[in-house]
Structure formats: structure tokens, C-alpha cells
Design a binder for this molecule. Structure first.
Ligand code: HEC
Ligand code: HEC
Length: 364
């Protein structure tokens, strides 16, 4: 009832707003759209620039950041930001000397195995903006401004750029910027383009006779196409793109503007299992698996951040483990497959979790 009332109020409010805005816009473009409301603009206007324009006010301690990190980030990026075989490390490769020079020496060292985020980072704003905008990968835009401060402080403390008891805030970001190991690492003098003092990337908006299709100029070799299994099923459900269906040959022609990829709801493997959990069929469960972003870490048969569905089914074949595994999904944990933890899914219903675990155990 409450929900219904809310929906109705929402609709009425939107209609009113729409009506008001339309009155202004219809003059110029009759019948097309309406002006965005200030709240709508504010919701998108979250970019933080190198001079910290756009940075929300707030603060967070490295200690708070550590707790958040272990709960929300460590599963993919490692407890110490060292990441794992799937992602590149966030922390590592920077020294106290780099903090003095502002240029990371290991970037030019051929023996440095991987380039970490902190090695490459030249503007603190980028780290803040990126995390606030895009992380955690399975729940972008879920962090508050203060949580983001805390997480950035923690990452910097792991890199020994700030002390473990540091508090990062909008007031001291400039001081911290001046400590970034690679703050002097940007250049436009790389000889790739003539830049004449201007940024080397410039857009020329096309206004007439614009091409409607992209031209494909390079391809993955056929044998590599499905190396990580169906990419469509592993992408988050955020934004229009879902990645290519790598179980099929590449498309002949790219879809044109306005393309919205369908969410992969069924796959050849999913339709095989039909008699799982009561009341839910395999296609529904597959969609649910994707909706809860389990696909971000569990592919059908290839190892991802977590074990594949096939591996889980094989390991627990004919064992009575549904309750045990459901609890694990709910509260998270590590150890059964390695040291990478699965994050908790406290907000999911027990029924959904149980159904998904049963479905996984069929090996679909
Ligand atoms: C489900 C896995 C996952 C989780 C959980 C996750 N990330 Fe990420 N993170 C990624 C992926 C994947 C990328 C690379 C994204 C890309 O390149 O488009 C990434 C990239 C990043 C980067 C940029 C790395 C670089 O050098 O380009 C930062 C910083 C980062 N994550 C921080 C965080 C923080 C902080 C959290 C916790 C709030 C978090 N991540 C949680 C998967 C994850
Ligand atoms: C951020 C990555 C991530 C996400 C998202 C994720 N998992 Fe996991 N999952 C893991 C990791 C890592 C493990 C291995 C944990 C271990 O070694 O004990 C795992 C293990 C499991 C296991 C086996 C547990 C065991 O003890 O053998 C099940 C079942 C499972 N996940 C189900 C799910 C379901 C269902 C979802 C979606 C609601 C989900 N996972 C989302 C990373 C993830």
C-alpha cells in the first residue's frame, strides 16, 4: 500500500514537472523532451577535476577506509591492494624517493612486473572520481562522499604516501596531491602528435553527413574469442553495453547509434536445467544470477574472481550443502577456493540465495 501510494505520488509529481518544463521547451522543439531538473543535473554532475573543482565536501580516515576496503573491495583487489590473477594491482612499485621527485622510477624499470594504480596516478582527483563513480564494480555509485574519502586515504596509506592514522578531507587534498609519487608524470611531449601547447586529444563533433556505423579495423583471432567465456553474461547491468556474445562468431556489422543490448536472459547451458528450485525455472534463475551481479565473479565454466558454476557443482556433487553455501553467500567469506573472499550479500532475500545456490549446484 505504502509503495503504491509512493508510486502514485511520484507519477503525479513527474507529470506536473514535465508539464511545466514542457511549456518552456515546446516553443523551440515542439513536443520533444523537457528541460532536465536541477536534481537530475546534480545527479550526473559528479566529476572531480584535477584542481578539485567538483569535489564534494567531506572527510574519511584511513582506518574507516580499511574496514570498507575489506568489506567491499578486497574481494577483487586483494586485502593489500595487491589484487590477484584477474586484476592489476592498486598498490605497489612506489618509493619514498618517488614521493620526493614526483616521478615513479619503477615505471621505466624493465624488471617491474606490473604497473599499479599508485605508480601511474598523477592527479588525486582521478582516484577520488573513479572510485566514487565506478566502484565497487558490482555496485557503482553506492559509496557516499565520506566513504570515498576514507577509501582513498586507505589506498594511499597502503602505498605509504600518507600515515595509517591519516584523515583525508576536502581541506587537505592539495597537500596530498603534492605527495603523489607520479604527480610529475604527465607530459604532452611524447612525440605522437604535434600538440602546440594544447591537449593532444581533441574532439571534432560531426554535424553533417556523419557516419552512422563504426568501421572495424582489428579483430581478436578466432581461437581467443571465447577464452574468457561469454562476455555478455559477465558484464554488469549498468549502461547500454553488455559486451559481445563470444559463444557466437563476431557480428558482421556493428549496431548503429541508439543500440541497447539485451540482458542475456537465457543461454544454451541454462536451458538444460529445468527441474531446479520449486517455482523458479532455469531462465528466471539465470536472470536472477545476473541481476544480483553474481556473474561479475562466477562464469559458467571458466575461473573468474570466484570459482566457475561448473567447478562449484563438481566439488559438491551429491552433497547436502545448500544451507551451508547459502549462508556463505549471505555473509561472504574465503578459504574454500583460495584466499580471495566473496563479499557478503546481506541485502538479498534468503529465498533468492537458496534458489541460486541450488541452481548453481546443478552446474547450469
Ligand atoms: C567485483 C569486482 C570489483 C570490486 C568488488 C571492486 N572493484 Fe575496483 N575494479 C574492478 C575492475 C574490473 C576494474 C577495472 C575496470 C575497468 O578497467 O573498466 C577496477 C578498477 C578499480 C580502480 C582503478 C584501477 C586502475 O588503475 O585503473 C580502482 C582505484 C578501484 N577499482 C578501486 C576499488 C574500490 C575502492 C573498491 C571498493 C569500494 C573496488 N574497487 C571494488 C573490479 C572491482
Ligand atoms: C566480488 C566477487 C563475487 C561475487 C559478486 C559473488 N561471488 Fe560467489 N564467490 C566469490 C569467491 C571469491 C568465492 C570463493 C570463496 C572461497 O574461497 O571460499 C565464491 C564462492 C561462491 C560459492 C561457493 C562457496 C563455497 O564455500 O564453496 C557459491 C555457492 C557462490 N560463490 C555463490 C554466489 C552467488 C549466488 C552470488 C550472487 C548472489 C555470488 N556468489 C557473488 C566471489 C564472488
Amino acid at each position: 500500500m505504502y509503495k503504491l501510494a509512493k508510486t502514485l505520488i511520484g507519477t503525479v509529481a513527474l507529470t506536473l514537472l514535465g508539464g511545466l518544463a514542457n511549456a518552456q521547451d515546446t516553443k523551440k522543439f515542439p513536443g520533444i523532451g523537457r528541460a532536465a531538473t536541477p536534481a537530475e543535473v546534480a545527479a550526473w554532475d559528479i566529476d572531480v577535476r584535477p584542481d578539485f573543482k567538483g569535489l564534494p565536501k567531506g572527510s574519511g580516515t584511513a582506518e574507516q577506509g580499511q574496514e570498507l576496503w575489506e568489506a567491499k573491495c578486497a574481494s577483487c583487489h586483494g586485502v593489500f591492494g595487491e589484487s590477484n590473477e584477474v586484476f592489476t594491482p592498486i598498490v605497489g612499485g612506489t618509493t619514498a624517493k618517488d614521493i620526493k621527485t614526483g616521478r615513479v622510477a619503477s615505471l621505466t624499470d624493465p624488471n617491474q612486473p606490473q604497473r599499479s594504480t599508485l605508480m601511474r596516478l598523477s592527479t588525486l582527483s582521478s582516484l577520488y572520481d573513479y572510485v566514487y563513480r565506478a566502484m565497487p564494480w558490482n555496485a557503482p555509485r553506492s559509496l557516499s562522499a565520506d566513504e570515498t574519502y576514507a577509501l582513498v586515504a586507505y589506498m594511499l596509506s597502503l602505498g605509504e604516501i600518507v600515515p595509517e592514522d591519516f584523515t583525508l578531507s576536502h581541506e587537505n587534498v592539495h597537500e596530498v596531491q603534492a605527495l603523489l609519487p607520479n604527480r610529475n608524470g604527465t607530459t604532452t611531449e611524447h612525440g605522437m602528435w604535434t600538440v602546440a601547447g594544447r591537449p593532444d586529444v581533441q574532439g571534432n563533433p560531426c554535424m553533417t553527413d556523419c557516419p552512422t556505423d563504426g568501421k572495424i579495423t582489428s579483430f581478436l583471432p578466432g581461437f581467443a574469442r571465447n577464452a574468457h567465456e561469454n562476455i555478455t553474461e559477465q558484464n554488469r547491468i549498468f549502461g547500454p553495453f553488455r559486451g559481445a556474445d563470444t559463444t557466437k562468431p563476431p557480428v558482421k556489422k556493428l549496431p548503429g547509434a541508439g543500440f541497447v543490448a539485451p540482458v542475456a536472459a537465457t543461454s544454451a547451458t541454462a536451458t538444460a536445467a529445468t527441474t531446479v528450485a520449486a517455482g523458479a525455472n532455469a531462465a528466471t534463475l539465470q536472470a536472477l544470477f545476473q541481476k544480483h551481479n553474481c556473474t561479475a565473479c562466477h562464469a559458467p565454466a571458466a575461473k573468474g574472481v570466484g570459482p566457475s558454476i561448473a567447478e562449484v557443482a563438481k566439488k559438491y556433487k551429491e552433497q547436502d550443502v545448500v544451507a551451508k553455501l547459502a549462508t556463505k553467500v549471505k555473509v561472504g567469506g574465503a578459504g574454500a577456493w583460495g584466499s580471495i573472499p566473496m563479499p557478503p550479500h546481506a541485502q538479498m532475500s534468503d529465498t533468492d540465495i537458496t534458489n541460486l545456490v541450488k541452481w548453481m549446484l546443478t552446474g547450469s
